[in-house]
Every structure is written in C-alpha cells, then in structure tokens.
Design a protein around this ligand. Structure first.
Ligand SMILES: Cc1cc2nc3c(=O)[nH]c(=O)nc-3n(C[C@H](O)[C@H](O)[C@H](O)COP(=O)(O)OP(=O)(O)OC[C@H]3O[C@@H](n4cnc5c(N)ncnc54)[C@H](O)[C@@H]3O)c2cc1C
Length: 370
C-alpha cells in the first residue's frame, strides 16, 4: 500500500512525488504516456533536445521557485528573442527600437514615439474590434506587418471580426532590448527537461503506459490518496460536459544542415504562410551538443493553429465564461472527493506557466505533507 498514487509524471506530479518521498511517504507515479515529463518532455534526436509538446522556455521572477528547480537541473543562459518574418522582412520582437528602426528608419526613442503617436490618431473613439484596438495602441504599420496575419491565423478569423478586449496592451519598448520576458531568471535546463524530471523522480517507482481512468478501481486500491494531474472533466467521465481547449499542431523536420533560421523562434506574421511560427530546437542550447561540439544537423517544428476536438491533445484551456462556469461545476465535484488532490494545468483547468505550476505544487505540498 502506497501513501500516494500520483497520476501524471509532468512537472506537477513529479514535484509532488519528490516532496512526498522527501517527507518519508511512499509514492507510486503512473503515466498513460510511454515517457515521463508530461508536456515538458524533450527527446534527444541527433544530439538535439527536441521539445515534443511545444517550445518551453523557463522564466520566473519567483526566487523561491528558481532556487527550488535549479536543484534538479543546471539552467543555461538562453534568452527568448523571437524574430518576426513578414514576407521576408525580418523584425525584432518584442516591439523595440530595432523594430522601429527597421520599420521607419527612426533612430531615437523620441522619433519612434512620435511615429507611433501619429499613427495611433487614426482611431478616434472607442475601438470596435481587435483591428481598431491594435491600431489605437501601436499604429497601422506595426499592426499590418506584425500583428494582423499572426493573430488571424491564431484565431482563424479576421481581426475585424475579433473583439477588442483580446488585446488589452501591446508592450512597446523605446530601448534596444530584445529580451521577450521581463523575468529575473530565465533559461533552459542543460540536457533537456526530461532529465530534470528524471532527477525529481530519482528513486521513485514509475509505471508508464498506465491509464488511471481505465484501471481506476484497481489503482485506487493501491494507495491511501491520489494526486490527479489529468483532465478534471475526464476524471468525472465528462458527466457535466466537455471542457474545451485551444490546440496547436506541430510538424517536425530533420534537416541535413547546421542551421535553418539561426534563431530558436521565428514568427511568420503574414496571413498567407500557413504556419504561425517555426521553432529550431538546437538554438535553445546554442547549437551545441552536451560536450560543447557544434551539431551538424538541425530539427525544426512548424506550428499551426488548429481547432480542438474531443480526443485531441489538450493544450491551452479556453478562458471564457462558458468554460469557466463548467469548470466551476467540476471543481465542486472535485472538492467532494476527499482522497483526491486535483492539480496542474489539466486538473485545475488553468493556463499555468511552469513557474506557476511549481509555486502551486509547492504550496500544496506544504499544506498536505507538513
Ligand atoms: C504549447 C505550450 C507551450 C508552453 N510553453 C511554455 C513556456 O515557454 N514556458 C512556461 O513556463 N510554460 C509553458 N507552457 C506551460 C507548461 O507546459 C505547463 O506549465 C506544464 O507542462 C504543466 O505541467 P503539469 O504537470 O500540470 O501538466 P502535464 O505536463 O500536462 O502533465 C500531465 C500528465 O498527466 C498524464 N495523464 C493525464 N491523464 C492521465 C491518465 N488518465 N492516466 C495517467 N496519466 C495521465 C499526462 O500523460 C501527462 O504526462 C506551455 C504549454 C503549452 C501547451
């Protein structure tokens, strides 16, 4: 008999299991996938750690979280500086002085601010849709080249048909700063995320290819308590309805050349290119293998926005009133299950960055294991 059965070997499950073991509890971790690490799973192919469920960049302002996670991996100095490709013109992101210089030839922050101000004036009165909202924030040129096509591909609809509230702010930097995240700590675990999760799970029994919901009664009988990090609606057999997700489709390609785009992320901001962005995984680790040698090949992933339907991989929870209300009903059912802890991005139906998952599970551990 185990003290805890942890369903899911992602970041939430692995940290809970680690902490439970550290507190002298016995733990069994199961996962329905053939590998550990959940959505931060990285697979080493041709010496490159490929982020199989989408690019993951660790960033946080939370010192407690940073001090915790760096016990299990050394992080490199990767800084997210995406590039926008608009019909072959390349722009720095997020919008900053490099972007404005390329767009308008302006040189000083005053000139850039004046240009934006002049273009914003086009919209008078309350913006009626996303297009007007974006122009009222950054002006038409940036909207047309860097926002419109990308947003329309993401949502599958014209910006004129999208509500204004989707974009509340568009950060504009009047400095030469390409660092996408405003985070004190940022990086990629050297050797990949899977290794970091393996370190967390060191000495803990893990059973892969094991679906909890298919063997629920037998698995429940193995432990006093369950930590469930799968989808909350699936736990209750979708009896109140299905929670919706936004999806992404990845197309991976191995190329027999050392570099495809020279950067980890390039966003395609025109409407015609069908993918939203291309990730070139080797640049998360500066194009080197673990011994510091240059890698001769490269792997790219084209990302496409796609409609989600039940049965697809759940990626981003949909943050609207309908799904929020349905989740609230499921949460009530969850609270009536005293022996089950629901956690993580699927168990709590919440978009969590990795640092937020770590903070949440550490709080939960403090309450549960103290
Ligand atoms: C495309 C994408 C990109 C992202 N990029 C970033 C980023 O750059 N930076 C950042 O900080 N965060 C990023 N995130 C968020 C990050 O992925 C999450 O914070 C983190 O993975 C959540 O961990 P988790 O343990 O809650 O969930 P998961 O990693 O999803 O783990 C859940 C596990 O439970 C298992 N499971 C589910 N149901 C069952 C069952 N019935 N039986 C057995 N096992 C089951 C699953 O197989 C899975 O392994 C991104 C998310 C997405 C979707």
């Amino acid at each position: 008999m185990y003290d805890y059965l942890v369903v899911g070997s992602g970041l939430y499950g692995a940290i809970f299991a680690h902490e439970a073991k550290a507190h002298g509890k016995s733990v069994l971790v199961i996962d329905k996938r053939p590998n550990i690490a959940g959505n931060i799973y990285t697979e080493n192919i041709e010496g490159i750690n490929v982020h199989k469920y989408g690019a993951h960049i660790f960033h946080t302002n939370n010192k407690k979280v940073w001090n915790y996670i760096t016990q299990f991996a050394e992080f490199n100095r990767f800084t997210n500086s995406p590039v926008a490709n608009y019909k072959g013109e390349l722009y720095s992101l997020p919008f900053n002085m490099y972007t404005f210089n390329k767009m308008w030839g302006v040189v000083t922050p005053e000139e850039a601010a004046a240009k934006i101000e002049e273009q914003r004036k086009e919209i008078t009165g309350e913006p009626k849709n996303l297009e007007e909202q974006a122009i009222s924030l950054v002006g038409r040129d940036i909207y047309e080249k860097l926002i419109k096509g990308y947003t329309e591909k993401q949502w599958g609809r014209d910006c004129k048909d999208l509500p204004a509230f989707i974009i509340k702010r568009l950060p504009v930097r009047l400095t030469f700063d390409n660092n996408y995240f405003n985070a004190l700590y940022q990086g990629i675990p050297i050797g990949g995320y899977t290794k970091m999760i393996a370190n967390l799970l060191d000495g803990i029994e893990v059973r892969l290819n094991t679906d909890y919901l298919e063997n629920k009664a037998a698995l429940d009988a193995l432990a006093d308590k369950v930590v469930y990090t799968g989808p909350i609606d699936a736990y209750f057999d979708y009896k109140l309805g299905t929670l919706e997700y936004r999806s992404v489709r990845f197309e991976n390609e191995l190329l027999d050349k050392p570099s495809f785009q020279g950067n980890a992320a390039v966003n395609y901001t025109d409407r015609e290119t069908p993918w939203t962005r291309i990730i070139e995984h080797k640049w998360f680790e500066f194009g080197k293998d673990e011994n510091g040698n240059d890698l001769p090949k490269t792997i790219i992933s084209r990302e496409y926005s796609s409609e989600w339907k039940p049965g697809d991989e759940p990626y981003y929870p949909v943050n609207d009133a309908k799904n929020g209300a349905l989740y609230a009903e499921y949460k009530k059912l969850a609270e009536a299950e005293p022996k089950v802890i629901f956690g993580g991005r699927l168990g709590e139906y919440k978009y969590y960055d990795m640092d937020q998952v770590i903070a949440a599970v550490l709080d939960r551990c403090e309450a549960e294991l103290a």
